[in-house]
Design a protein around this ligand. Structure first.
Ligand SMILES: O=CC(=O)O
Length: 337
């Protein structure tokens, strides 16, 4: 232990230190060597046998940046322990695990995954929509369980073309969803914090009104104080009995208890869910339902998006330590995913 700790110390004297409390998923998949640089040194808390309450004070004065992901929150309490911290780099699009207000107050810059996840996130959202409407996974189970032979044909799914799609959050992912579904003949409208001048899709400032004018809602926005449980009973009722909801944002944007109730009682027709309020726990009732397609928070992750993310993470850190502009700064609470 002493040697490892000593080595980390010695190396960190040569290069600025970037703290990691947990390896982000991109690092677990691609390997640590992909993140090596001659501009900074990774300081891996999990490599030390010191408990965190000793590890952090020991290194606090040399840590200038943190590399984190959704699984390692950056709270005001943590920031308080790191007086020389100037940058938080998150290997995620979402920033809801970071106290952005505290970062701003302390003059700490934040970067996120920028647009590297937009295509894959949009593909997954469209895939979940197709599955929920055409019942692909449910029909697959019907065939595998021998029910085609025993019980006959599976009920029909619903056509995708012509559906009115309400996109909640017209950021990188939302825009790509719109582009893809337009090509399938869907009619797009959206809700976001502000009306976008660069698109001609109808804008609804009220998400309930958007739901009332949509056959499917696709949630692509970020989780913030403003979007927490934004999709509530009222919005789900407005979506109605034939409505479908897809969520690739964050679980807590939807009131999950209400969603489960609506799916169980048929108050809405179906759902495609990549994210949940208490991951990895998924409400048991959802597991029983054939009108729900479930995915384990994997919408944006592909080997390709991870390679692009790794380049961006290293690029942001190298830019910072070279006094160059950051590549994907988070300016504000971005609510549009
Ligand atoms: O959910 C994934 C992300 O925020 O990157």
């Amino acid at each position: 232990m002493e040697n490892k700790e000593h080595n980390q110390n010695r190396q960190s004297q040569d290069l600025p230190q970037v703290l990691l409390l947990k390896p982000p998923p991109v690092m677990t998949v691609l390997g640590e060597q992909q993140f090596s640089s001659n501009k900074f040194q990774l300081l891996k808390a999990w490599d030390s046998q010191l408990p965190l309450n000793q590890f952090l004070p020991k290194h606090a004065n040399s840590i200038q940046a943190i590399l984190c992901s959704g699984a390692s929150p950056v709270t005001d309490d943590l920031l308080q322990l790191l007086p020389f911290l100037r940058l938080v780099v998150t290997a995620s699009a979402g920033t809801n695990h970071i106290d952005l207000t505290a970062c701003r107050r302390r003059g700490i810059s934040v970067t996120n995954a920028g647009n590297v996840f937009s295509d894959d996130g949009a593909d997954a959202a469209v895939g979940l929509l197709f599955d929920a409407l055409r019942k692909i996974s449910a029909a697959d189970r019907h065939v595998r369980q021998g029910l085609w032979v025993k019980k006959g044909d599976y009920p029909l799914g619903s056509k995708v073309g012509g559906k009115r799609i309400g996109i909640v959050g017209l950021g990188g992912i939302g825009l790509q969803v719109a582009k893809r579904l337009e090509a399938f003949g869907c009619i797009i409208s959206y809700n976001s914090r502000n009306k976008k001048t660069f698109v001609s899709y109808p804008f609804y400032s009220n998400v309930c009104e958007l739901a009332a004018h949509s056959d499917a809602l696709i949630i692509c926005c970020a989780l913030t104080d403003q979007t927490l449980h934004m999709i509530n009973k009222e919005v789900l009722s407005a979506l109605g009995k034939k409505g479908v909801i897809v969520n690739v944002g964050r679980g807590a944007i939807i009131d999950e208890k209400e969603l489960v109730r609506c799916l169980v009682t048929g108050a809405i027709a179906g759902a495609g869910l990549d994210v949940f309020e208490n991951e990895p726990d998924v409400p048991k009732q959802l597991l029983e339902l054939d009108n729900v397609v479930l995915s384990p928070h994997r919408a944006v992750f592909t080997p390709e998006s991870f390679m692009a993310l790794c380049e961006l993470v290293v690029g942001n850190l190298e830019a910072f330590f070279s006094n160059l502009p950051l590549l994907s700064p988070v300016m504000d609470e971005c609510t549009d995913g």
